[in-house]
Design a protein around this ligand. Structure first.
Ligand SMILES: [Zn+2]
Length: 112
């Protein structure tokens, strides 16, 4: 893959994670190291974060596009291993990620 694009994408993910700098539940700052990228599919990145303070987990989707970036998240009971186990049932398609994204937007837990 194109090196510049690769770099652009990893910077974008970092930016996206910064948008989720604090826990929506306890409002304390995350340490960035707690975020794990579960799945990357072109412009969509599924990220799992466990709050080090209240220990709630958030599943967030970061979408990077030419016009910018958006991120949405939801509170989840799944830990990162559960998510990986679900993922092993089959690869997540881009459609599924986008469906998840629409679902998250409906849930209105928006980090923007
Ligand atoms: Zn928290």
């Amino acid at each position: 893959m194109d090196k510049d694009l690769e770099q652009f994408k990893s910077q974008s993910i970092q930016e996206g994670l910064k948008m989720m700098a604090e826990c929506p539940l306890c409002k304390q700052a995350y340490s960035e190291q707690k975020a794990k990228v579960i799945e990357e599919k072109n412009s969509a990145h599924l990220v799992h974060i466990t709050c080090p303070h209240c220990l709630h987990s958030i599943l967030a989707l970061i979408i990077v596009s030419k016009v910018g970036m958006s991120s949405v998240g939801m509170i989840t009971d799944l830990n990162v291993n559960d998510v990986r186990r679900l993922k092993r049932l089959g690869p997540i398609t881009e459609d599924e990620l986008l469906n998840f994204y629409s679902l998250l937007q409906k849930e209105k837990l928006n980090f923007n």
